[in-house]
Design a protein. Structure first.
Length: 345
């Protein structure tokens, strides 16, 4: 996966627009482009950013539906694939701004006909009995596909007997007796309400019976955060030796450190500082638990300095780094323990 980090020296809020996957859209339909964008570390929405078309990519008449913040494909569009560049700007001040691209495949269907797009997923290493997330990069009518709007089924088990769909989570369920090897599983998603249209995609799953699950929560450096802001605490944590993320762990507050009302933002996995927090320094203890094994947990602390400023005021923290030995011409990473708006710099 990739992350784009923009560090600025001015006092404006940080904004990040991320490219979107290929999306099928019927003539007259819409495409959601904000679901993976960020403003000040929080999700970008139609209420906090202004969306405009920066380049139509040859799709004449493409526009933004101001009521939803989605890209609106004209009803007269010619069938084909277009790479549209859009721009998002912080709504209150009109700046900063960022751009990203989305590939749109316009179909000949009328807008009332739902469109669906399933995209192949990255290779995933699991143990017998684990679940595999496959919907995160799929789309229905240009919006994210979820267990509530699509129905999943196994189209081809890739030689893994007993593989199923966990209806409660919308994930692929690996059987507990799965032999250790690599399988290429083909799954199908269909629009839930009508049962059509449908699309298929593949995910390569490597089952390892000897995989030992591990979880590591590491203490975070002092972070300055405005009231109502958020703090990224997962960036230096590990699950099975790999970076932890909200899709791999469940995050909870173990001890608020007297920061009343502090919570976890479920959409991002970040600590959410209440808007009425009293300025001061707090040591908050959080807990992360393995999503594949709920009793495998670890805790860590983060020292949060709440400043008496609105959430849109950016904050920055630079921490001294340890002695580092490097050869001539080498490089030194100094950002790993620094923060901008509570997120890694």
């Amino acid at each position: 996966a990739k992350v784009k980090i923009t560090v600025t020296n001015d006092t404006s809020t940080t904004i990040i627009a991320n490219d979107d996957p290929l999306t099928y859209v019927a003539k007259g339909g819409t495409a959601d482009v904000l679901s993976n964008d960020r403003l000040g570390g929080d999700p970008a929405t139609k209420d906090n950013v202004i969306v405009t078309i920066d380049s139509d990519g040859g799709l004449t008449g493409v526009d933004i539906d101001t009521a939803t913040g989605k890209i609106k494909v004209p009803a007269t569009a010619i069938e084909g694939i277009y790479e549209v560049t859009y721009k998002i700007c912080e709504r209150q001040n009109g700046t900063p701004c960022d751009t990203a691209k989305i590939k749109i495949k316009v179909t000949e269907n009328t807008a009332s006909t739902p469109t669906i797009n399933a995209n192949n997923d990255p290779d995933t290493r699991v143990r017998p009995g684990d679940k595999v997330e496959v919907l995160s990069n799929d789309r229905l009518n240009g919006a994210p596909a979820t267990k509530d709007n699509v129905r999943l089924s196994i189209e081809d088990n890739g030689g893994l007997p007993g593989v199923t769909i966990d209806e409660a989570t919308g994930k692929i369920q690996i059987p507990t007796d799965a032999p250790a090897r690599t399988y290429e599983i083909t799954y199908k998603i269909c629009e839930k309400q009508n049962g059509t249209p449908c699309a298929t995609a593949k995910v390569k799953v490597s089952v390892d019976n000897d995989t030992t699950r591990t979880i590591e929560a590491h203490n975070d450096p002092l972070i300055r955060v405005a009231k109502g802001g958020t703090v990224d605490i997962l960036s230096n944590d590990k699950v099975d030796g790999r970076p932890a993320g909200k899709d791999k762990v469940n995050v909870s507050i173990e001890n608020s450190g007297r920061l009343a009302g502090v919570t976890i933002e479920s959409a991002t996995g970040k600590i959410k500082v209440p808007t009425d927090a009293a300025p001061g320094t707090y040591e908050v203890t959080y807990k992360i638990c393995h999503k594949q094994q709920a009793d495998l947990c670890d805790t860590a602390t983060v020292t949060i300095e709440v400043v008496d400023a609105p959430a849109q005021t950016p904050t920055i923290t630079a921490k001294d780094d340890p002695l580092t030995r490097v050869p001539k011409g080498g490089t030194v990473d100094v950002l790993s323990n620094d923060r901008v708006n509570g997120d890694p710099a």
